[in-house]
Design a protein. Structure first.
Length: 319
């Protein structure tokens, strides 16, 4: 073999080897570290939310949720799916909470109801009996759980729907039983955004909302099984739509048990100073489009449940 052929072949091999190394380096650079995932309690799946900083709130000067501010969030874990009727019923049957009757008066409908509910030791409402409420005329409560034959169970066909009619205290009781907690409002928004600075985590246009959320435009005004829509970039499902989600925080950022500048009724469920934060929007056809913005916030009385509110759980990374 001629010497110049040997030289050419070795150069080709060396060049090919460099190309392979470069390709392998690019693959390693593109591949992201795998987030830790695990399961707790009655089938709750958690995924790691890496810590970081973000601008919380709206940058739109015309938006009522303005007040943008820099927030630092430590790494934590958040459940991939909303807590379902099946999971909450399993929790109630494990703990064996008491039963009570909740008196509800609708002056505009001339209705006075006494609905079966689960209560804790301090007589706080945990969750309504959906079937009992529906039989008395509150049909919007139907996709929930019911007490039958000495046990709590999902209404037939709604086991994998998000639990509804659950109070903030009911969500807290569930979390505490499994050594979990509700996400703070900052954690919720950070996890929902998943790095996005847009109105929705997928962009500013609502055209793709159909693929990511159950909302007034596609829900038939009822809840749907969890996890059917596309997740956000952290792999979390139903962060927008299906049901609002309870957060840990008071809506005003202050504890209503603290002294206030003026007197107000601590039992007034329509006073925002008595409300806990809810986020994400729901299936309710009356919800405005802005309800699904990642920074949109609202409140609800923590001692009451609603057919439009559910929750998901969080846990610190060091646990």
């Amino acid at each position: 073999m001629q010497p110049w052929l040997v030289s050419k072949n070795s150069e080709r091999k060396e060049a090919y080897s460099l190309i392979l190394k470069r390709r392998q380096w690019k693959k390693r650079k593109k591949s992201k570290p795998r987030k830790r995932q695990f399961m707790i309690g009655p089938g709750l799946q958690f995924t790691e939310i890496p810590g970081g900083e973000f601008i919380m709130g709206s940058l739109d000067p015309m938006d009522e949720n303005r007040d943008p501010h820099l927030v630092r969030v430590d790494s934590f874990y958040l459940s991939k799916y909303l807590v379902t009727n099946q999971q909450y019923a399993e929790f109630l049957n494990t703990i064996k909470y008491g039963l009570g009757r909740l008196k509800i008066c609708f002056k505009d409908k001339d209705m006075n109801l006494e609905i079966l509910v689960a209560i804790d030791e301090e007589k706080n409402l945990l969750v309504l009996d959906a079937l009992d409420a529906a039989n008395q005329g509150l049909t919007t409560c139907l996709p929930g759980i019911t007490f039958h034959g000495g046990r709590w169970m999902p209404v037939k066909g709604y086991g994998n729907h998000p639990v509804i009619n659950v109070s903030w205290y009911g969500a807290q009781a569930f979390c505490r039983h499994y050594n979990l907690r509700l996400p703070t409002e900052a954690e919720w928004e950070y996890a929902c955004r998943a790095g996005s600075k847009k109105k929705f985590y997928f962009g500013n246009s609502p055209k793709k909302l159909y693929y990511h959320a159950w909302y007034g435009g596609n829900s038939d005004n009822t809840s749907h099984p969890v996890g059917l829509k596309r997740p956000n970039w952290f792999g979390l499902y139903d962060m927008l739509g299906n049901v609002f989600e309870w957060c840990e925080d008071w809506y005003t950022g202050r504890d209503p048990n603290e002294e206030q500048e003026e007197e107000f009724s601590r039992t007034d469920m329509f006073d925002e100073r008595n409300g806990k934060v809810i986020r994400g929007g729901s299936f309710n056809k009356e919800d405005s489009l802005s309800s699904y913005y990642v920074f949109s916030r609202s409140f609800f009385y923590p001692a009451m449940g609603s057919c439009w509110i559910g929750f998901r759980c969080a846990v610190d990374k060091d646990k």
